[in-house]
Design a protein around this ligand. Structure first.
Ligand SMILES: [Zn+2]
Length: 251
């Protein structure tokens, strides 16, 4: 059963895309540019003043989205990850964080009928790595849970960060918090674990679904972005070290 988690839009949900669409990439910032032609979208803010803020924000978000789409369309992932000249680094991290969350959500969503508590009683990444869940707030002592439960906790936690306006501000001029990059780093560390589990436990299924090219492209983009901004500690990347080296070495 697909979990039906919706693509994030940071404050508006756009389309429910449980399967991988043909090149469709849902993103939080994208909504500012494309919101008007989607069904069911609600304006971000009501009232005159907020509307103006929304319009300004629209420019930043739309421009960055345009840049991402253009560079990805050129097939040059190494170029696509770089901070566009003159753009705000935090805004760039924010836009891409939402994108990567949506990608992992869609990829994992195609596996939910296979990644079950019976098939994956623990959250592993190969024989050597097992993850236990703790969010440091509600669950302080790490608990052993099935892979689907772990991913559910993990994605719920990320959604809560993306929805928290004190971390991912929506309004123009609202500064990002001082610890913004730390939060982004934790999000990336956790998204990586979903990739690690998919590659180690479900790659054959991915192949049979003919999704391996898409998975590899998403992961390559994710890793190049991670390296560009130093987002994940090397030891965390160990479960997929060989694959990562094949991406990074030619870099
Ligand atoms: Zn699994």
């Amino acid at each position: 059963m697909a979990r039906g988690r919706k693509a994030r839009s940071r404050s508006i949900l756009i389309s429910d895309s449980p399967r991988l669409g043909a090149g469709e990439r849902a993103s939080g910032r994208e909504i500012f540019k494309r919101g008007n032609d989607r069904i069911g979208d609600e304006p971000l803010w009501s009232g005159k003043e907020s509307k103006d803020i929304s319009a300004q924000k629209e420019c930043t978000g739309a421009q960055l989205r345009k840049h991402i789409d253009a560079t990805l369309g050129s097939g040059n992932l190494r170029e696509a990850v770089r901070l566009p000249p003159g753009e705000d680094a935090n805004e760039w991290l924010a836009v891409n964080t939402v994108d990567f969350f949506n990608q992992v959500n869609l990829l994992y969503g195609t596996l939910t009928e296979f990644c079950t508590p019976e098939n994956c009683p623990t959250m592993t990444a190969g024989p050597k790595y097992e993850y236990r869940w703790a969010d440091g707030v509600q669950i302080k002592k790490p608990i052993e849970v099935s892979a689907p439960k772990y991913v559910e906790y993990l994605m719920d936690w990320i959604e809560a960060q993306l929805d928290d306006e004190s971390i991912f501000p929506q309004k123009l001029g609202t500064p990002f918090p001082h610890n913004f990059k730390d939060v982004v780093k934790t999000i990336f560390k956790r998204l990586f674990r979903v990739y690690a589990h998919i590659y180690h436990s479900h790659f054959q299924k991915i192949v049979s679904l003919k999704e391996e090219a898409h998975l590899n492209t998403c992961f390559k983009h994710f890793i190049l972005f991670t390296y560009e901004f130093g987002l994940i500690d090397k030891k965390e990347l160990a479960p997929l070290q060989e694959l990562i080296e094949s991406i990074i070495v030619p870099y």
